[in-house]
Design a protein around this ligand. Sequence first.
Ligand code: CAA
Length: 282
Amino acid sequence: MIKKVLVIGAGQMGAGIAEVCATAGYQVFLCDTAQASLDAGFARITKNLEKNVAKERITTADKDATLARFTLITEMKNAVDVDLAIEAATENMAIKQSIFKQLDEIMPAHAILATNTSSMPITELAAVTKRPEQVIGMHFMNPVPVMKLVEIIRGLATKDEVYQAIEEMTHKLKKTPVEVNDFPGFVANRILMPMINEAIYTLYEGVASAEAIDDVMKLGMNHPMGPLTLADFIGLDTCLYIMETLYEGFGDSKYRPCPLLRKYVAAGWHGKKSGRGFYVYE
Ligand code: CAA
């Protein structure tokens, strides 16, 4: 029975995950080592809930009750009686492995350790713990409060009971779980990222402008955002990281990252969050 959740990382994804968990009635410890990120994440959550009050989706009492379910912490060890930890830290294997090692030491024996990684092998993260059968992938989509999907990724050793507990919780979060096995990019990014990468090649080869490429996919395929706008929204550093994971994981040249993507990332043009990607943001 999952009641208390620890969310690690108060960035775009972590704050969104914490918000949907608290909204669904779970007690949430939101942890970020940087106090400023923690405050910014909590401010975003508060703003979203206030917007929902203004739109009469929830009452002020609902908002206050949801906010009261939060405990903000800067050290994971200050989370107590946690049933589920969801890691949403930077996409870096060494950082995630270090977090999983610590979680394994400090979390109660029954606790499930989940990661929101977009493409890293769950099995490799599980292997640094003494409880690989309680490690699982829980991949939310951005923006978390809006998107309905949660990809649930079974590591090689993940127990059925653990899968079922996470599937049940996903329904309580009013999201749709989809079961996936542990292969590079899982399903979402194995299909999405090569499309984005191809859109970048299309720009790189001068076939069309960024606006034209996005218009084709928005108006012609009914995508809510064009692929280059979406890449800026996800973060070009994240897009490159996922392409590298696919390229390395499958050893197939069809996944090679576009040189223009590499160049933008090297320039610090990381998309919307850095003010510049395929488009310029004020
Ligand atoms: N947090 C919370 N709510 C948000 C939000 C955010 N960051 N961004 C938008 N919303 C809300 C808006 O407030 C609005 O809510 P209301 O209905 O209450 O007004 C609603 O979403 C619609 O927003 P807008 O009207 O401003 O704009 P839109 O209709 O264009 O929708 C969008 C915005 C939902 C982001 C839409 O453009 C979309 O679906 N884009 C594609 C998103 C996508 O593909 N996500 C997956 C990315 S890949 C990923 O996450 C996995 C990975 O590993 C990389």
